[in-house]
Design a protein around this ligand. Sequence first.
Ligand code: FAD
Length: 421
Amino acid sequence: MSATNETHGLWEATATGAPSTSRLRGQLTADVAVIGGGITGLSTALHLAEQGAKVIVAESYGIGFGGSGRNVGLVNPGMWVKPDDICAELGEEDGERLITTLGAAPSLVFDIISRHQIDCEAVRNGTLHCAVGKAGLREIEDREAQWRRRGAPVRLLDAGETARRTGSTAFAGSLLDERAGTIQPLSYVRGLARAAETAGAQIFTNTTVDSAERAGDRWKLGTQGGSITADWVITATNAYSGSLWPALQNEIIPLFYFQCATASLPDELRRVILANREGLICTRTVITSLRTDAAGRLIFGSLGALRNVGSAVHAAYAKRSIERMFPALRDVQFQYEWFGKIAMTPSHLPRYHELDRQVIGFHGYNGRGIGTGTVFGKMMAGRILNPNLELPLKATLPQYASMRRLRAGYYEAGSVLAHLL
Ligand SMILES: Cc1cc2nc3c(=O)[nH]c(=O)nc-3n(C[C@H](O)[C@H](O)[C@H](O)COP(=O)(O)OP(=O)(O)OC[C@H]3O[C@@H](n4cnc5c(N)ncnc54)[C@H](O)[C@@H]3O)c2cc1C
């Protein structure tokens, strides 16, 4: 199945049904208007509606259209940036607050899944951060030391144990993080939407907010079919931000990530390759991810967009990599291919903005958005209900990412070159 900007590959084929939603029509009012129907927007809506607030969510396409319905489904704690580097960037106190918040994010995700009985192939058996070569080993040893100092349940596995768990001898060792797990991401975000609706939120799809203006003390958001007047506005548009608040779009460097999924593996291989269903990421500069789904398909991911010359180059690289890691898997064919946009920031850390009076949003998750979006959504709900609540990031104004188009093009071309070679 070929990939386009609109397709969600395997996740669309196997997700639970989306709740029935429609396009917004007429002049509506709410306490809070949420722009964006991904994990962040729907977590905000859920936590606000549970506290009795009147919330309306507007989504340009369908629920989970953006990164939320396309990602790898690795529910990882923290960010890619190592804990000590977060402290170096934000300062000790703010850094540790963010690390603690995001370290606990997978627990919030799995709690919500269990509390709202979200059917999303949830498995909490950890993530294996696999070391490639000696440099890779040094990298995971450093990560282990930094997380251990903070009391996190992480442990190093030697090459033998890593081979036993992954089914591949390609790695020099791995770091197992037991806080992590995997989900079917589109089912998760649709489940969040269902839970938010049950709590009383209204969700409109095929509804782009194309204007935002003050109306007395409130905000009036314009859409093609009507408007929402609300006290508060949440911007939850991340890598898929459009021109509504150009500053949000301009602070992000879009980075593409693709995935290819095989047919269900035969039972004898399912018993060997990631049999325990951990998620897998590796220490390569051009990162690779691997996981399986409930039907035993193997899902390979790496940087790049499946478009133009990238389509053939990345899929061929995925095939070669799988065959190299798992020699028993010969002439592998893919049933599904898809890709999406990650919101990178120059510091590789997320940002919190108060764009205007009572217009707030977290952005720039740098490829770690399942736990991050869920926890930040809950925190924004808390912030609206209690203006004194301290958030894990200080409010900043969006900063223009210099040469963003050039850098985006460089990464896209660079991933093609790296995978070609
Ligand atoms: C391929 C890929 C793999 C990834 N893998 C992982 C992973 O394994 N683990 C992990 O934690 N994170 C991963 N991420 C990151 C994660 O998916 C995102 O950070 C997260 O989904 C962002 O959620 P969100 O709700 O903030 O934004 P999104 O899910 O991107 O939602 C934003 C929504 O806003 C809508 N929108 C934009 N403008 C408007 C408007 N004007 N009016 C109405 N709606 C609008 C868009 O249509 C979109 O649906 C991955 C991302 C990608 C793309």
